[in-house]
Structures are given as structure tokens and as C-alpha cells.
Design a protein around this ligand. Structure first.
Ligand code: ACO
Length: 334
């Protein structure tokens, strides 16, 4: 039998209805549309309604991804949700999505790697598929970042938004051999070619949420040393992109689309400059969505698939960096 590969059979996303513009935000905190746009590229963000939780956003994105894949809920045998804003400490958002989908079998669990969560979730799911332990996996990034923001801290509250995105991975035989990592493998295969994960826990103080169950304090607010996060993001994202393309025997010129975590337009531009990637090959949604943490990559992916930019056979590189610190990348032939 040929080795297994994970194909992306479909994608979908969901954004809460309520849009919060920079101008409206400037009526609540000492900031301005001009400052936010110049420093971040953000114009607006979506905010979940009262009573609308991460699992609700995740479920809606999952339904759309399944419909896009031409599959139904009972086809799914694994659900992986990347989130840093679960409804509850437990159960996981993934099991809540499983229940909303009317499923009572298979496996469902959350992955927590902050803004890198979707890449981590994709890597975990891909490895389950390659090991033959799952055949149809929903990988979801879903966040209600608005619930962990200190709305009095202008340095952080302007940056984030709520939303969810999902992909459906299906197991397929790869008759071209092992892609990625093998170096001899080949990047012509369709599906996930390789994933690359990193973390450095000594950098936790740069970006974290204070409080939480084990500290016996209520979950607090997101805290960030913005300048240092910015500096490290450009360096680490550049490194992991180079690692990914080298592992597949490619160069930056071979990449059709970069779908980055949408942290800050200046981080996207800085990374693209270092990699000598033309800006028109970077999918940018930060202007409309702001930073939706683990949801930002599948949201941006869905936008670029829906508007026809991402086409069959193209090489798509996804990359992210977030709290932990964590960072990673994944290469897919669509
Ligand atoms: N409106 C107006 N002024 C502000 C605001 C605001 N929203 N926020 C900060 N300022 C002020 C500061 O108080 C400071 O004023 P001062 O000079 O009088 O002290 C001034 O602007 C400059 O502040 P800095 O923090 O030095 O501004 P900087 O140019 O670094 O931009 C920013 C801040 C946008 C947060 C930037 O550091 C950044 O983008 N960092 C990356 C962080 C990031 O993307 N985090 C997302 C999560 S991590 C990830 O996803 C990778």
C-alpha cells in the first residue's frame, strides 16, 4: 500500500455579525483610527454576541467546511479544535462541537498553542491521518478573543477579534511516495506536504493571559510586550518558512500563496520582505478580521478559496507565531 497523505477536502469559516470599527473603539478607549491603521493595518474586527461562545463559532465553521467538502457529520472520525478561549475549562470545545454535530463516536480534543494553534492542530491531525488512525478529521481554529481583552488597555484591545475557520482533512493514498521531510519525497503530491512546529517556553512572559484555574484566580486578561513580540515574530516566522521550503526541496519562488497568521500588517510585510516574497502573494485579512489568534489562518484560507485566488494544484504555505512562544508552518498542495 502507498503511504497515506492528508488532503484538504473542504474549508469554511464563520464571523460573528457584530462589527466593531476603529472609530467606534475610539469612543471607548484613548486611540484613533489613524493610529490603529498605521501601526497594525486593522480597520475593524468582529465581536461575538452575548451568549455566543467559541463552540458556537467553531460549529458554524465546521458545518460550512463539511458542506464544502461534500461530506456529512457522520463521516467525521476526529475533531481537533485549536483555541485559547474555550467555553469552559473542560469539556473541550472539540467535544462540544462533536455534540452539536450530533456525533457520539470518534475522538475530539482541543490543542492550545495560542495564535499558532491552527498549525499545531493541523500537524497533529495530519500525523493521525498518516498513521492510519483517522480518516476524516475536522481541524478548527476558533476564538472569542474579545472575552480575554482588557478593554481599558489600548495597547492590546485594538488588536484582536473573534471568529472561526475549519478545514476537513481526508486520508488518501499517495501514489507519489512520501512528501516533505523525506527530501527525496516530492512536492507534486496533493495534500499536506509537511508541517514544522517550534516553541520556546522561556519566552512566556512576552505574551500571556494572567489568571486561570490552577492559579486559583479567575481567567484574566491578555498581556503583551508588543515590541519584543513584533521583533521575534519576524525572525522566527522567516526561519520557519525557510525551513519548510527547504524540507520540500523548493524555493520561495515556488510558493503560490502564503496564508499567514494575521497578527499585524507590519509583521506580514516585514516577513515577506525578508523572504523576498511579493506582497501580492500574501493573503491579508487583518484589515477586516484583526487578529483572531488560532482562527486567523483558516479564516484567511477560506476567504482566498471563496474569492478564487487559491486554485487546484497550487502550493500554499501557512505560518504562525503566538504565545508560549510557539511558532510553526505547514505546506499544502491544494
Ligand atoms: N492608540 C494610540 N496610542 C497607542 C495605542 C493605541 N491603541 N497603543 C499604544 N499607544 C501608544 C503608547 O502608549 C506609546 O505612547 P508613548 O510613546 O506616549 O509612551 C506609543 O503609542 C508607542 O507605543 P509602542 O507600544 O512602542 O508602539 P509600537 O509601535 O510598538 O506598536 C504594537 C504597538 C502595534 C502593539 C506593536 O508593538 C505590535 O504590533 N507588536 C506585535 C504584537 C502583536 O502582533 N501581537 C499579536 C499577538 S502575537 C502574534 O499574533 C504574533
Amino acid at each position: 500500500m502507498n503511504p497515506l497523505i492528508s488532503k484538504i477536502a473542504g474549508c469554511g469559516s464563520y464571523l460573528p455579525q457584530r462589527v466593531l470599527t476603529n472609530d467606534e473603539l475610539a469612543t471607548k478607549v484613548d486611540t484613533s483610527d489613524a493610529w490603529i491603521v498605521e501601526r497594525t493595518g486593522i480597520h475593524q474586527r468582529h465581536i461575538a454576541a452575548e451568549g455566543e461562545f467559541t463552540s458556537d463559532l467553531a460549529f458554524k465553521a465546521a458545518e460550512r467546511a463539511l458542506a464544502d467538502a461534500g461530506l456529512v457529520a457522520k463521516d467525521v472520525d476526529m475533531i481537533v479544535v485549536a483555541t485559547t478561549t474555550p467555553d469552559n475549562t473542560f469539556p473541550s470545545v472539540a467535544t462540544q462541537v462533536q455534540a452539536k454535530l450530533g456525533l457520539g463516536n470518534g475522538a475530539a480534543f482541543d490543542v492550545q498553542a495560542a495564535c499558532s494553534g491552527f498549525i499545531y492542530g493541523l500537524a497533529v491531525a495530519d500525523n493521525f491521518v498518516k498513521a492510519g488512525q483517522a480518516r476524516t478529521v475536522l481541524v478548527i481554529g476558533a476564538e472569542t478573543m474579545s472575552r480575554i481583552l482588557d478593554w481599558k488597555d489600548r495597547a492590546t484591545c485594538v488588536l484582536f477579534g473573534d471568529g472561526a475557520g475549519a478545514v476537513v482533512l481526508v486520508a488518501a493514498e499517495n501514489d507519489l511516495g512520501n512528501p516533505g521531510h523525506s527530501r527525496t519525497g516530492n512536492s507534486e503530491a496533493r495534500g499536506i506536504l509537511s508541517t514544522h512546529l517550534h516553541s520556546d517556553g522561556s519566552l512566556a512572559d512576552l505574551l500571556y493571559v494572567d489568571g486561570g484555574p490552577s492559579t486559583s484566580q479567575a481567567t484574566g486578561y491578555l498581556r503583551m510586550q508588543g515590541r519584543e513580540v513584533f521583533r521575534r515574530a519576524v525572525v522566527n516566522l522567516t526561519d520557519v518558512v525557510l525551513e519548510t521550503i527547504a524540507a520540500n526541496g523548493l524555493t520561495a519562488d515556488d510558493i503560490d500563496w502564503v496564508v499567514p497568521h494575521q497578527a499585524n500588517k507590519r509583521i506580514l510585510d516585514g516577513t515577506a520582505r525578508k523572504l523576498k516574497l511579493p506582497p501580492e502573494r500574501i493573503v491579508v485579512t487583518i484589515d477586516r478580521h484583526a487578529n483572531t489568534s488560532a482562527a486567523s489562518i483558516p479564516l484567511a484560507l477560506d476567504v482566498a478559496v471563496r474569492d478564487g485566488r487559491i486554485k487546484d494544484g497550487q502550493l500554499i504555505l501557512m505560518e504562525a507565531m503566538g504565545g508560549g512562544m510557539t511558532w510553526g508552518a505547514g505546506l499544502v498542495r491544494w
